[in-house]
Write a protein of this length. Structure first.
Length: 191
C-alpha cells in the first residue's frame, strides 16, 4: 500500500476582504501590509486586524489574510462562533451562499457583511502534479489519520486542486486542539 503523507497546519480564525470592504475599514486606496508569508504561495498574514461583531459580542484583533479577494468572508472555528452566539455551517472557502451575516470594524469604519461567515471545511491544497502523484482529483473527499499521543482520524476532508496551491492540509483550531497539534503536524491520507 502506498502511504501518502501531507503536512497539516492549524489555520486560526481569520478574515478575507474584498478591496471595497478593505477601503471601508481602513480608508480609500488602502493596501494590506504583509506580516509574514503563509504556506500557500502568494498568501500572507497581514499586519492589519479587525474586530468581528455579532450583537453585543465580539472577537477583537482578528487577522486579515491577504491578498484581497473578490468577496469578503470570515472563517471561524466552531468555538469562536459559539462565543459570538451562533453556529454557522461548514462550507468550502469561497462558497458563501446561505451563510450568516456579521459586522467588521476597522480603524476608519465598519462593514456589515450580509453573508460570509463560515466554519471552513477541512481541506488539502494540492497542485495538479501533487494531486496526480497522490492519485487524487479536485473535490475528492478523503480521510486523514493524524498520529501522535492524541491520534485521530478526520473524515470528509476535501481535496482542492489548483496550479498555485502547495501540498498542505488545513484544519481549524478546534480540530488542531483535538489532535494535539499546536501549529504544524503531519498526517497519512486514507482514501
Amino acid at each position: 500500500m502506498n502511504i501518502i503523507r501531507v503536512p497539516v497546519e492549524v489555520s486560526a480564525r481569520h478574515v478575507h476582504l474584498s478591496q471595497k470592504d478593505l477601503e471601508r475599514l481602513f480608508g480609500k486606496g488602502y493596501h494590506l501590509h504583509a506580516d509574514h508569508p503563509l504556506s500557500q504561495p502568494g498568501q500572507f498574514a497581514a499586519r492589519e486586524t479587525v474586530s468581528v461583531i455579532k450583537g453585543k459580542k465580539k472577537l477583537e484583533h482578528m487577522r486579515i489574510v491577504g491578498p484581497v479577494r473578490p468577496n469578503s468572508q470570515v472563517e471561524l472555528a466552531r468555538t469562536d462562533a459559539l462565543h459570538l452566539g451562533f453556529d454557522p455551517q461548514v462550507h468550502v472557502s469561497g462558497s458563501l451562499a446561505h451563510t450568516p451575516s456579521i459586522v467588521l470594524k476597522g480603524p476608519r469604519g465598519s462593514v456589515k457583511l450580509l453573508k460570509g461567515v463560515i466554519i471552513p471545511q477541512r481541506h488539502i491544497h494540492a497542485s495538479p502534479l501533487a494531486a496526480k502523484k497522490a492519485g487524487l482529483k479536485d473535490r475528492a473527499i478523503v480521510s486523514l489519520k493524524l498520529e501522535g499521543p492524541r491520534a485521530l482520524t478526520f473524515h470528509n476532508v476535501i481535496v482542492r486542486v489548483h496550479p498555485t496551491f502547495s501540498w498542505h492540509c488545513h484544519i481549524d483550531t478546534d480540530e488542531g486542539n483535538a489532535a494535539g497539534i499546536k501549529r504544524k503536524g503531519s498526517a497519512v491520507i486514507v482514501k
